[in-house]
Design a protein around this ligand. Structure first.
Ligand SMILES: C[S@@+](CC[C@H](N)C(=O)[O-])C[C@H]1O[C@@H](n2cnc3c(N)ncnc32)[C@H](O)[C@@H]1O
Length: 304
């Protein structure tokens, strides 16, 4: 039986400070949300931009009555949003971190919501057990993106949807596309949402900065601020300039019993002409070589 309340028995699911700490994503903003704001409960209001990212990911996938898995659910705010607002049959949040799973079991009290410790590399679920698999800002941490895609495809029922958002540096994009093309999943839609994420970061940067200045010792602040992409930090600047791209894709598992073949558009000849893995290794090598030759020339022995 999962424990969903704190030791003291208090319900933390509406406590604003707890709720605010349950999202780890960068957030999302677009015209649709500006014109028609999502109706949220007061205690979810501080997480509006983070919730908008989750709504972008699954809000129009017909979640009602479906079994949903989130891989890399972190502190559970997103899985809880889906369970509390979108009427699924069930939501399962999975994360590698046992501390995050313990926190989620105490903090989130929505019905039909459970949290499981495990790895995206080897999902502890039977084949075809979910209608929707969502994955938000987590896959950049995985040792093998290909292995994760094959696991996501395995646990989806035929016809089920995989909805993914995450950031990648521009020199990794071809590799990423190659992985999707080999996954056996159909592409349903894709968008570059980098500027939507930047809009959200602009809106919440000052609040994030204030909280970090209140709670984090000074020496650690620059690292944390960049990690959460406060305006002006390395990560924020990379997103703003488009060097780091925040992408969104929905894919569908084809029904092979019905004879459907996967369909993911990919230019294999472009991939042969340019291998981003080799490219970045080459660039790293050239940078090292330049640095070494400068270093060596600055140390030339003086001939007396
Ligand atoms: C940036 S957080 C995002 C959490 C959540 N999706 C959100 O947006 O609030 C990334 C999460 O991925 C989890 N993670 C990293 N590697 C993982 C793996 N191999 N399997 C499952 N979860 C993993 C981390 O523990 C972390 O909670």
């Amino acid at each position: 039986m999962l424990q969903k309340r704190s030791e003291a028995g208090a319900d933390r699911s509406t406590d604003i400070e707890t709720v605010s700490s349950t999202f780890m994503d960068y957030g999302y903003m677009d015209e649709r949300f500006r014109e028609n704001p999502l109706p949220l409960k007061a205690h979810h209001e501080p997480c509006r931009y983070a919730i908008q990212l989750y709504h972008h990911v699954v809000g129009d996938l017909g979640v009602k009555g479906k079994h949903v898995l989130e891989v890399g659910s972190g502190r559970g705010g997103g899985s809880n949003y889906v369970a509390e607002y979108l009427e699924p049959a069930s939501v399962t949040g999975l994360d590698l971190s046992s501390a995050a799973i313990d926190f989620c079991r105490r903090a989130h009290t929505a019905d039909r919501l459970t949290f499981v410790e495990g790895t995206a590399m080897d999902l502890p679920f039977k084949d075809s057990s979910f209608d929707i698999v969502m994955n938000v800002e987590s896959s950049h941490c995985y040792p093998s993106f290909d292995k994760f895609l094959s696991e996501a495809a395995r646990v989806l029922r035929p016809g089920g949807l995989f909805s993914w958002v995450d950031a990648r540096f521009d020199d990794r994009l071809l590799d990423l596309e190659r992985s999707f093309a080999l996954s056996g999943l159909d592409l349903v839609r894709q968008t570059d949402i980098t500027q939507n994420v930047v809009q959200a970061l602009d809106a919440i940067s000052d609040d994030k900065k204030r909280v970090i200045e209140e709670k984090i010792p000074r020496p650690f602040r620059p690292l944390i601020m960049s990690g959460v992409a406060v305006r002006g930090t390395l990560v924020y600047n990379a997103l703003e300039s488009g060097k780091l791209r925040y992408l969104s894709k929905v894919l569908r598992k084809p029904d092979r019993a019905a004879g459907e073949e996967a369909n993911y558009p990919f230019d294999w000849s472009a991939a042969e002409r340019f291998d981003p893995g080799a490219g970045s290794t080459l660039r790293r090598f050239q940078r090292t070589k330049t640095w070494m030759s400068r270093y060596i020339s600055s140390k030339k022995p003086t001939i007396i």
